[in-house]
Design a protein around this ligand. Structure first.
Ligand code: AP5
Ligand code: ZN
Length: 217
């Protein structure tokens, strides 16, 4: 199946995509992760994206669509994908429809994680990720069992993102409302939308996503 996770920064898209990946063997496709990898590798796309991301704005549709298209064509995506952070504009949504049609696939569910903006700043400012295995954590909401040591892989290389400061978070939220929130209507009109309240604990939200999945995919 093809699942889309929609929601503002901090809504828990990455957290839930990882859980779905573990439980169902789907592949998490995060354009944010793919772009950060391009920045780290210093590719042409990465050099163009770096400053845009640090300012909290959206990277150009051309770059993002090209990156997503390449990744989607990889063999490991055949069993199922969870799109985390893509599409984020109407142009991207239309490009995705075309891309999937070419592959004989369609969107099974577009899940909107519904949260309060105010809480997102707290979620994002406490976030860190294990550089070894990619597991995500939070200072208050999801701490490691032993300080500084990853529960999953035992690694000690914990990373905080350059765009996770209060000022950039405000701009990321603004970009979400201006450019991405209209996609909720886009998928509603296609009959693909499921709204999931996402202010509760991580495992409760995961259980609701399992229900959506069993109904739609
Ligand atoms: P991206 O990497 O996609 O970031 P984002 O959308 O801002 O989303 P986040 O990763 O911040 O949040 P999330 O919803 O995944 O939350 P998480 O699970 O980590 O994009 C970054 C940038 O790349 C963009 O600004 C843009 O420049 C560019 N970009 C990416 N895609 C693009 C596209 N398609 N087009 C153009 N540009 C693009 O959770 C957050 C924290 O909260 C974690 O610490 C977690 O442990 C905790 N948490 C999660 N769930 C809960 C819960 N239920 N209760 C309490 N805490 C929780
Ligand atoms: Zn780890």
């Amino acid at each position: 199946p093809v699942l889309i996770l929609l929601g503002p920064p901090g809504a828990g898209k990455g957290t839930q995509a990882r859980l779905l990946e573990e439980k169902n063997g789907f592949v998490q496709l995060s354009t944010g992760d793919l772009l950060r990898a391009a920045v780290a590798a210093g590719t042409a796309a990465g050099r163009e994206a770096k400053a845009v991301m640090e300012a909290g704005n959206l990277v150009s549709d051309d770059i993002v669509i090209a990156i997503l298209r390449d990744r989607l064509a990889a063999p490991d995506c055949a069993h199922g994908v969870i799109l985390d952070g893509f599409p984020r504009t109407t142009v991207q949504a239309e490009a995705l429809d075309t891309l999937l049609a070419e592959r004989g696939q369609k969107i099974d569910a577009a899940i909107s994680l519904e949260v309060d903006d105010a809480a997102m700043v707290d979620r994002i400012s406490g976030r860190f990720t294990c550089g070894g295995c990619g597991e995500g954590y939070h200072d208050s909401f999801k701490p490691t069992a032993r300080p500084g040591i990853c529960d999953t892989c035992g690694g000690t290389d914990m990373i905080r993102r350059a765009d996770d400061n209060a000022e950039t978070v405000a701009q990321r939220l603004a970009a979400y409302h201006a450019q991405t929130a209209p996609l909720i209507d886009y998928y509603q009109s296609k009959g693909a939308l499921s709204r999931v309240p996402a202010m509760g604990p991580i495992d409760e939200i995961a259980a609701q996503l399992d229900t959506v999945l069993s109904q739609r995919a």
